[in-house]
Design a protein around this ligand. Sequence first.
Ligand SMILES: [Zn+2]
Ligand SMILES: [Zn+2]
Ligand SMILES: [Zn+2]
Length: 366
Amino acid sequence: MSDASKPDSNEVREIRINPVVPGESVLVATARSMRPKKAEELAPRDTRKHVETCPFCRGNEHKTPPAILTWPDTGDWQIRMVENLYPVLGDDRAQAGFTFGLQQTIDGYGRHEVIIDHSEHGIAVQDMAETHLAALFGVYQTRMRQLFDSDERLKYVLVFKNFGPAAGASIPHTHSQVIAMPVVPENVDAEVRNSATHYAKHHHCIFCALIDEALTFEATIYDRNSGAVRRKINVGQYVVERGEKFIAIKPFASRYEWEVHILPLAHQADFLDVRGEDLADLARVMKRTMARLDAVIGGAQYNFFLHSVPHDAQQATHAPSYHWHLEICPRTSIPTGFELGSGLFVNTINPEEAAERLRSVELPAR
Ligand SMILES: [Zn+2]
Ligand SMILES: [Zn+2]
Ligand SMILES: [Zn+2]
């Protein structure tokens, strides 16, 4: 073995189990030779301010279905919500569900809407004003509430954003999407079920425990035979950004290299329970987190999505054990056959190191 191929001492190659959803694991493999995917040159994203032909730009309102709501509600709109022209779920052609042998369907009832996040075409989240971002989170809440109130068949409202072509955004104008559905999505359901099991056993919320660990944990793990230090876990190692009410942390078993989650510091199951005056702090933590990601990655393209307690029959039962959060998943590479075939995510950057790099970005104090 030549020196060049000797593993360096910081090299990590281990399978990490997601503490909330143990069925989901991540292979953290930082060695160059282990890198099964090479970061492709991602298609650049559209950063223009105004595009004459864009249906979401101001002045082209006639090119979209009528607005469901706007912010502010008078004068020039800053945020505008419309129906999706190509909905994945809708109430117009809903068919009754059926069961035949092993084939089973449930009706595709639901809503699919688009929120035009900002009047400026290519603006990134970190460049939006905090007041604007707080208003955007407020629009998410308003619409979620309206949808849940409109039809009791709706169990979940998923709010998400695809930003940049690498994240699957089909329209370059910055926007979020809202999908209301009659079922709870599988990955939310897995979180809800597993956190309820944890609660039954330990009588505390697993997400609160993860926040506590991120903030205060300090440990040295020794090898039982040799006594050598196997791993040191330092205070605040997973914290990326901290506000008064919200925190951004790097998950221990991050599926994506730059994945970051934002959670309320105090236990809260439902995103709808965030008080209006606290949205400013959420906006600030979000803006600063995105600025860190953008600085480290050099132009972040990402998906983010809100995971909140489902509004189903067990909502009240799950309120003490589930903790809403926002998952931000920057896309820096394309999944390989290995990942798709095995269901094992491959992360080539050690999450502790990624958190350190994100934390060390110098941001202007407010
Ligand atoms: Zn536009
Ligand atoms: Zn909690
Ligand atoms: Zn989640």
